[in-house]
Every structure is written in structure tokens, then in C-alpha cells.
Design a protein around this ligand. Structure first.
Ligand code: ARG
Length: 465
């Protein structure tokens, strides 16, 4: 058991089959710099507790710096015999500074509190990166919203059940996606605040340590705002991983809802958007094709993000306290979620930023499908007609139009009057899509003024990032 972290009580080394099963360096090696940072902090705590001399502490920092540099240069690699990142780094440190000093660093810590700390540090950093990428996407959507909010704002058919419902501003629709993504960015920030306050270093294997080490010192050194109150919780809890996986899955779900619309909008039948050449792909056989692959990959990869969350929760369900080796299975899913979003978001943002909307086509379709029927009903209400009757009358207008194969604004004054004497020619004021959207002027509504205010509100929130 030469070079292993354990072995004293074992007569022989582990079987190759066990080693193959147990090994995690192929995925946890990405945590090496975080493990080294933890070791620097731990060395300080050991020195503060009088367990290292100044010279020993300095030698450990030097050795750890050498390992960091070699890692950054791509020269530091685990051996096949190393079980995990912690064991590999201890072996490499001892190779650098010798067993007398190198062998002192492990006192008072366990891989159980180490991994719980490193994993937090890693995710804290990537939460910053991902949050920035999400906010870039929010920016790109806000830009598109602003672009279509000029003199005569672009109007599109708003839908429920995928059926024409009421006309809305294109900008209003786009900003609905932006708000959802902004909440995802907020979730990441709130998650960070919670995780930052809970450094588990000092929890030991599960029961804490007996060497007079100061967990608060280590927490501060590693950039945490505080250390965890319960060492069992510190080594056994993985809700911080599951919550991170939830936020990344929710972000994927929110992106995939935009993706689905882009895919639909880019069809011949909708014809609402054209994709930029640099952000779409062709077909190897059909020369005319221009495919929304980014949107499709976003929709597809969201399945992975949701799967990763499910995988984690399933691992955690029913797991007794404290550390169990099952917990080693917590890393690959969330590493995958990080990698997936970090490669997906920039591409998705580029695609959204370069979408070209056919606003004429949208405007042409906006009043079709009797999407102004609610406007007739609400106009009647403003004329003093009870809504129950107004709803009936507007429905009768739709029925008449369906029979004649025309749209609501094509009914003549006489036909309106036949349907109901309350329908005077003034009803025509609301039978334009412009009149319809302008009338929805309560807070949160689709009237151009409200949407401009909304865009300002969103921009302020993003600026406060
Ligand atoms: N590599 C392990 C993990 O990722 C940490 C090691 C804990 N191993 C142990 N036998 N206590 O969870």
C-alpha cells in the first residue's frame, strides 16, 4: 500500500478490480487547484495551532505552489494507482517536500471534509461564470426587445394553447423570457450566499477534530463567509449540490422554452424569424436547408440537465448519515451540468442576438383568428354592458364572421348593429391590433408605454448585477 492514504491495517493491497471501481481521478482531477487552496489554508490552521513550525509551514506552501504551477502548465497528472484527487496530491506533495513535512499536512482533516469544501468552492466559482452567461442572454433578449419597441412597435399574435389569443408586442413576449432567466440568475446569487456561509473544513471525517484547529480561519482563507455549525451536516449534506443542479436544470428548461419557439418561428408555416448564417447549420443532402441546431441542442441538452438533478436526488434519497461512498457519485452529474451550460449559453445568446424578425408577417397574422374578440367584449363593458352579455355578443360576432369567412374588422356597421344595438361604429376603435395593445395599459400589460417601462425596470435589475 505504498503511496496510499490508508493501508496500515491491511495485509495486502486492493485488487485491481476494486481500484478500477474506486478510482475517481478521471473526473475529480478538475478540483486539484481547489484541493491545493484547501491545503494552503489547512497548513495555516496547523501552524496557528502550534502543530507546524514556521519553516515547515513555509515548506508546505512552497511545495503546494510548485504543484499548482505544474497543474496550470498541464504537467501535473495523477497516477493510475491514485484513488482520488486528494490521495494523488498528497503523494505528489510528498514527492516534492519529503515525507517528514509532507506527512504532517493530513492531521486533523479527512477527505470527507475536504471534498465537501472543494466541491463548494468549485461550484461557487462556476455559479459566477454561469450567472454571467445567463445575464448576457438576458441582455441579448433586452436588446431585441428594444430594437422592436421604436415608433411603431412590432405586434405579434399572442397565444394560449398555441392558438391565437390576443395581440401582444413582440418585445413584451421576448421580455417574458428575460424575466424568467433573470430569476435563474437571482437563484444562483441566493444559492451562493447560502453556500458561501458554510465551509465544512474542520468537520473531519464526521465528528470534528481534536487538534485545536480553527475552522473559521480556514473558511476565511478560502473566501467563505463562515464555517458550518455541525460537522456531521458538514460532511454528509449534499443539498447544495442538488440545489445547484436544480438551478441549472431550471435554467435549461427556461432556455428550452425559448428554443422551442425559435424552432417553430423559423418554420415556413410561421415564418416569424430568419436565423443568421453563422448561428445555424445546413444539411449534407438537402442544399436548401437552414436548421435551428442551436435551439434544438438547447432543447435536447436540457434533458441531460434534468437527468443530472434526478440522478443526484436519487443518490441522496435514504442515505444514512454521515459520509457514505455513494457520495462520490455526486460529482459527475453536476460537472456535466456546468460543462453543458457553459458551452450552451454563449451559443444560444449568439443565436438570439442575431435573430431577424419578420415583423410584417407577424403584424399581418396578429389580428387573425378573431384575436380581437376580447377587445369587443371589453369595449362593451366600458359602454356599460355586463360582461356576461358582452362575452355573448362578441361570441356572436365571431360566429357571424366564421360563417362569412371574414375577420372581425371586416363586419359592416349594419352587421354589427344587427348582432347588438350596443355595437355602434365606435367599436372599430378597438378593432385594430394597435388599438388593442394600446388599451392594455395597466402595470405589466402589453401597451407600448408599459413595455418601455418594463424594459427599463429589467435593465436596472441587470445593471445591478
Ligand atoms: N473521493 C471521495 C468523494 O469524492 C472522497 C473520499 C472519501 N473516501 C472515504 N473513503 N471516506 O466523495
Amino acid at each position: 500500500n505504498e503511496g496510499k492514504l490508508w493501508g496500515g491495517r491491511f495485509a495486502g493491497g486492493p485488487s485491481p478490480e476494486l481500484e478500477a471501481l474506486s478510482r475517481s481521478t478521471h473526473f475529480d482531477w478538475r478540483l486539484a487547484l481547489y484541493d491545493i487552496a484547501g491545503s494552503h489554508a489547512h497548513a495555516k490552521a496547523l501552524r496557528a495551532a502550534g502543530l507546524l513550525s514556521d519553516a515547515e509551514e513555509a515548506e508546505l506552501h512552497r511545495g503546494l505552489d510548485v504543484l499548482s504551477q505544474r497543474y496550470v502548465d498541464g504537467e501535473l497528472l495523477p497516477d493510475p494507482g491514485d484513488e482520488d484527487v486528494h490521495g494523488a496530491l498528497e503523494r505528489l506533495l510528498i514527492e516534492e517536500v519529503g515525507p517528514d513535512v509532507g506527512g504532517k499536512l493530513r492531521a486533523g482533516r479527512s477527505r470527507n471534509d475536504q471534498i465537501a469544501t472543494l466541491f463548494r468552492s468549485y461550484l461557487l466559482d462556476h455559479a459566477v461564470t454561469i450567472r454571467g452567461l445567463v445575464l448576457d442572454l438576458v441582455d441579448a433578449i433586452a436588446e431585441q426587445a428594444e430594437r422592436h419597441l421604436g415608433e411603431s412597435p412590432a405586434i405579434m399574435p399572442g397565444r394560449t394553447h398555441l392558438q391565437h389569443a390576443q395581440p401582444v408586442l413582440l418585445s413584451h413576449h421576448l421580455l417574458a423570457h428575460a424575466w424568467a432567466l433573470l430569476r435563474d440568475a437571482d437563484r444562483l446569487a441566493e444559492w451562493r450566499a447560502r453556500v458561501e456561509a458554510s465551509s465544512p473544513y474542520g468537520s473531519g471525517a464526521l465528528a470534528g477534530q481534536s487538534l485545536g484547529l480553527d475552522p473559521e480561519l480556514v473558511a476565511r482563507e478560502l473566501g467563505f463567509t463562515g464555517s458550518i455549525a455541525n460537522s456531521i451536516d458538514g460532511t454528509a449534506a449534499r443539498d447544495f449540490v442538488a440545489e445547484f443542479a436544480y438551478v441549472t436544470a431550471q435554467t435549461g428548461v427556461d432556455i428550452s422554452r425559448i428554443a422551442e419557439e425559435i424552432i417553430l418561428w423559423a418554420t415556413k408555416e410561421f415564418g416569424f424569424v430568419t436565423l443568421h448564417d453563422s448561428w445555424s447549420t445546413g444539411s449534407s443532402i438537402m442544399p436548401q436547408k437552414k436548421n435551428p441546431d442551436i435551439a434544438e441542442l438547447a432543447r435536447g441538452k436540457t434533458g441531460r440537465l434534468v437527468g443530472n438533478l434526478t440522478s443526484l436526488l436519487t443518490t441522496l434519497k435514504g442515505l444514512p448519515l454521515a459520509y457514505n461512498r455513494d457520495l462520490q457519485e455526486d460529482k459527475e452529474p453536476v460537472f456535466d451540468s456546468v460543462d453543458t451550460l457553459e458551452v450552451l449559453l454563449p451559443a444560444f445568446t449568439g443565436q438570439v442576438a442575431t435573430l431577424v424578425f419578420d415583423t410584417e408577417r407577424m403584424a399581418e397574422l396578429a389580428p387573425q383568428g378573431f384575436s380581437l374578440a376580447t377587445d369587443i367584449a371589453e369595449w362593451l363593458v366600458r359602454e356599460g354592458v355586463p360582461f356576461r352579455i358582452a362575452h355573448e355578443v362578441a361570441g356572436a360576432c365571431v360566429r357571424r364572421c366564421e360563417g362569412l369567412g371574414i375577420e372581425l374588422h371586416e363586419l359592416s356597421d349594419e352587421q354589427f348593429a344587427e348582432i347588438s344595438p350596443a355595437l355602434t361604429p365606435a367599436v372599430r376603435d378597438v378593432l385594430t391590433v394597435e388599438g388593442s395593445v394600446a388599451s392594455r395599459d395597466g402595470r405589466g400589460g402589453t401597451a407600448p408605454e408599459r413595455v418601455r417601462e418594463q424594459l427599463g425596470e429589467l435593465r436596472e435589475r441587470v445593471a445591478a448585477r
